[in-house]
Write a protein that binds this ligand. Structure first.
Ligand SMILES: Nc1ncnc2c1ncn2[C@@H]1O[C@H](COP(=O)(O)OP(=O)(O)O)[C@@H](O)[C@H]1O
Ligand SMILES: [Mg+2]
Length: 231
C-alpha cells in the first residue's frame, strides 16, 4: 500500500436516473491523488464537477466502482464505510462558492461548530482554532459577525472552518467564483500554502484558467472521461 495516497478512484461510473431517463455523467474514471497535493478540477457547466466532488466527499454514492480515502476503502460497488458522517466530519473539509456561515453565530462559533459536534474538548479546539485564525491572519475577527466582514474575509473564514476538524482532504467547489481577481488569487495562494504546510489534499473546482498555474495537477472531465495532468 502506498501511504502517500489520499484518494484513489478505480473504475468509477456515475449516472443519474434509470432506464430511458438514465443520464451518464462519469465513465470509467481511474486516478489517484497524493497527500499534500493541490488539484484543480475543470470542466464545462453541467459536466459533473460537483457530482465528482460529492462522490469524493462520500456524500453521493457512485453507480459503480471503488473509492479509497486514505487507507480506507469506502465504496466498492456498495458503501463499506461504517459511518460516512463520521468520516466526513473527521477527514474532509468542504468549501463552497458562497461561504454559508451561520449569520447569527460569530466567527469563532462558526468555526468551532464542527469540532464541538465531533465531541472534541474546548481544551483541544480553542488552541487549534486560534492557530488557524492566526495562520489566516484573521485573529482580530473572532468575535465579529459574518455580516461585518467582506466577501473575501468571509471566504477566508470558510477556509478556517474547513480546517477546524484537521481534515486530510478539502473539497472546494468554486471557492473563488464570487471574488474579484486579486482576492481570488489570495485565496488560492492560501489554499496552496495549506497543502504544503498541513499536508492536506485540496481539490478546487474553478472556471478561471489563470488560477491553474498554482495547482500541482489538473483534473478535467471531457465527454464523461476524467483526465489528469501534472502541472
Ligand atoms: N441529483 C441529480 N439527479 C439527476 N441529475 C443530476 C443530479 N445532480 C446533478 N445532475 C445532473 O448531472 C449533471 C452534472 O451536474 P453537476 O455535477 O452539478 O455539474 P457541474 O458541477 O460540472 O456544473 C448535470 O446535467 C445535472 O443536471
Ligand atoms: Mg457545480
Amino acid at each position: 500500500m502506498n501511504n502517500n495516497i489520499s484518494i484513489k478512484i478505480e473504475n468509477l461510473e456515475k449516472s443519474f436516473g434509470e432506464g430511458k431517463s438514465k443520464v451518464s455523467i462519469i465513465k470509467d474514471a481511474n486516478f489517484s491523488l497524493n497527500k499534500g497535493e493541490f488539484v484543480a478540477l475543470v470542466a464545462p457547466s453541467g459536466a459533473g464537477k460537483t457530482t465528482l466532488l460529492m462522490i469524493l466527499g462520500c456524500v453521493l454514492a457512485p453507480t459503480s466502482g471503488k473509492v479509497t480515502i486514505g487507507d480506507e476503502i469506502v465504496y466498492d460497488d456498495k458503501w463499506l464505510v461504517k459511518d460516512d458522517r463520521a468520516l466526513r466530519r473527521t477527514k474532509i473539509g468542504f468549501i463552497f462558492q458562497a461561504h454559508y456561515l451561520i449569520p447569527f453565530l460569530n466567527i469563532e462559533e462558526n468555526i468551532t461548530l464542527l469540532p464541538y459536534e465531533n465531541k472534541e474538548s474546548p481544551k483541544v479546539v480553542k488552541p487549534r482554532v486560534k492557530a488557524i485564525i492566526d495562520y489566516l491572519d484573521m485573529s482580530d475577527k473572532l468575535k465579529s459577525m459574518p455580516s461585518e466582514l467582506s466577501g473575501g474575509q468571509n471566504q477566508r473564514i470558510a477556509i478556517a472552518r474547513a480546517l477546524a476538524n484537521n481534515p486530510d482532504i478539502i473539497l472546494a467547489d468554486e471557492p473563488t467564483a464570487a471574488l474579484d481577481k486579486q482576492r481570488a488569487i489570495s485565496v488560492v495562494k492560501m489554499l496552496k500554502k495549506i497543502t504544503r504546510e498541513k499536508n492536506v489534499t485540496i481539490i478546487m473546482v474553478t472556471h478561471d484558467d489563470s488560477l491553474l498555474p498554482y495547482c500541482d495537477k489538473v483534473l478535467s472531465i471531457k465527454d464523461k472521461k476524467i483526465d489528469i495532468k501534472e502541472n
